[in-house]
Design a protein around this ligand. Sequence first.
Ligand code: MG
Length: 272
Amino acid sequence: MKRTSLAIRNKVLVVSVLLGAAFSAVSAAANAQTLNNEQIFEPVPRLVQSQPTLFPAPSDAIVLFGGGEKDLEQWQEVGSGDPASWLLLNDSMTVNRAMGASTSIETKRTFRDIQLHIEWSTNPVIDGDKQLRGNSGIFLHSQFELQVLDSWQNPTYVNGQAGSIYLQYPPLVNASRPAGEWQSYDITFEAPRFNAAGELETPAFISVLHNGVVVQNRSEILGATYTSQPSYDVTCTPYAQTVAVDCSGAMPLILQDHGQVVSYRNIWVREL
Ligand code: MG
């Protein structure tokens, strides 16, 4: 569903291109939105030195993964609903490449508006580049991907690097740490709202701190990030699934298996 505010924003961005580099430098600081769901390569977010926020869950949080078998039981494979097959090691869980086919996992619990803390690490052994180096992702509301990628000295399209809302918004800056180091995302997510007639009332919004640095500042999500024409509908087909479902209520969180070794730990949410 297209909205007037988006149409206006698109016009502003078109004008910014016509005005040239000077205006582009200004718009780059305001989290440029992707047009036409395409890969974009400029401007490149500057690298910012930062440290991850590695802290335990507050007392009112729901711990979704703290380590161990019991916590893995809170997750299941997307589509099949089979038990999550990711590898447990120390306090982390890791994409299981021995499974061959993609085994993205989702929470058994469902959520709407949340604060989410999650720590992740890409493979310290670098064996690919661009989108094939440490690619994973966190799908809020089963549809909107906050990209996970090794974006330390690994150029790719900027709306596909770590901290991007995939193919929609590049991160404001590149706050990445080198491969193998633990990194953090602290997320505030507002789920979309639909009225009784199934019409969109408000889209989803997301704010993200990557290693303590703001990379998304209440970005307005345009729709599912894995579709060529992102839009909102009261029914949707969640990521890596084939059956459309009612998407107006609470939905699971999904962690992506993109075929590379990526680990997660210390995952907790607070419902807002
Ligand atoms: Mg991904």
